[in-house]
Design a protein around this ligand. Structure first.
Ligand SMILES: NC(=O)c1ccc[n+]([C@@H]2O[C@H](COP(=O)([O-])OP(=O)(O)OC[C@H]3O[C@@H](n4cnc5c(N)ncnc54)[C@H](OP(=O)(O)O)[C@@H]3O)[C@@H](O)[C@H]2O)c1
Length: 323
């Protein structure tokens, strides 16, 4: 199968490329910069594109069977930047694909954040009314809605929960803190979350390729288990051979830290993950998605070994000199 991947140089994109190539697919990597293209050139066929215009996207996609639209911003300075990255880009991709009959499927990598948190640990279904908490979640939902309204080709919208694994920089800070002997929980409730390893996500996306059962569908992608935050911290500590002190940080202190993070970002014009908007997601009661649709439509029944995956992630971070 010929598959184009946008955002090919990022965490999920680079792991997806490896997975698809191993499975024997012909992959085209779309990136925004020549530097990224140079880094990927020996690994995969690469093209530098300007996502702000459907023309170059049309050229890139014209011989493809499937387009996996994975590019996106997870943190931005403000809502305008977030909407530009996640919605305008998607709009141009849809315009390009709509005039290409060879492209059989658009797979959009959305996010659990486009949906809503779980309350009382009742899993959220794809059919539940979305109520995203953050600019990020709102922009991913707006992109989903645009696809549902405007895309003339079969599409599949995948909502991954938190993704971890090789080359991920978002969870890296947690690993670094535990490595320094510091483990914590924000607020007094130990929350339940979904997680998925990036290789499991790649496997999940593979099951969706040209699969008519998921045409026109939205599906949550999780490893089908739920994890307490404290359980995740303990697993990281075991993998690092550390016995950190587990500290419960009161909500008011956490709020202060996120507010200061947001001010820092604004002052130095950098998009930071520690900001007041992101705090809404982190302090939500829980993020538990219902997995029955994925099980039914995709036979998605993974057997995740979370501790082993965390150990492998530590190995990768050490090999890269990040820990
Ligand atoms: N990681 C997670 O836990 C998680 C969970 C759920 C969903 N997702 C979704 O998965 C996708 C990949 O995320 P990731 O974790 O791999 O993030 P990442 O490492 O930051 O990669 C994001 C990719 O998107 C590209 N990109 C960023 N802004 C763009 C823009 N304005 N126009 C075009 N391309 C842009 C980046 O290219 P440059 O390097 O050139 O900037 C990069 O290749 C995103 O759509 C994200 O919403 C991620």
């Amino acid at each position: 199968m010929k598959i184009a991947i946008t955002g090919a140089n990022g965490f999920v994109g680079s792991n997806l490329i490896r997975h698809f190539q191993t499975a024997g697919h012909e992959v085209l990597a779309l990136v925004r910069s020549v530097e990224s293209a140079n880094l990927l050139r020996n690994i995969v066929k690469t093209i530098v594109v300007d996502y702000s215009n459907p023309g170059p996207l049309y050229e890139a996609f014209c011989d493809m069977d499937v387009v996996v639209h994975n590019a996106g911003k997870t943190k931005a300075l403000d809502m305008d930047e977030m909407m530009q990255a996640n919605v305008s880009t998607t709009d141009n991709i849809i315009t390009a694909i709509n005039s290409l009959s060879k492209v059989t499927q658009l797979i959009y990598i959305s996010s659990q954040a486009a949906s809503r948190p779980s309350y009382g640990n009742v899993p959220v279904k794809e059919s539940d009314a979305p109520a995203p908490l953050t600019n990020y979640g709102k922009s991913k939902l707006a992109a989903e809605n645009l696809i549902r309204k405007k895309c003339n080709q079969p599409y599949t919208i995948i909502r991954p929960c938190s993704v971890y694994g090789d080359n991920d920089k978002d969870f890296l800070s947690l690993f670094k803190m535990v490595n320094m002997g510091f483990s914590f929980q924000l607020g007094k409730t130990d929350k339940l979350l979904n997680m998925i390893h990036v290789n499991e996500l790649a496997e999940f996306i593979s099951l969706c390729l040209m699969n008519e059962r998921v045409f026109g569908q939205i599906v949550f992608a999780t490893d089908t288990k739920v994890y307490y935050q404290s359980q995740i911290m303990r697993s990281i500590a075991r993998a690092l051979h550390k016995s950190p002190k587990y500290v419960v940080i009161p909500e008011v202190i956490a709020k202060l830290a996120f507010t200061l993070g947001g001010w820092y970002g604004k002052l130095f014009s950098v998009a930071v993950i520690v900001n007041k908007d992101k705090m809404k997601e982190i302090m939500a009661p829980g993020w538990v998605a219902d997995t029955s649709k994925a099980k039914e439509l995709l036979n998605w029944n993974p057997t995740p070994d979370f501790d082993l995956n965390i150990m492998e992630t530590v190995k990768c971070y050490r090999a890269l000199g990040w820990l």
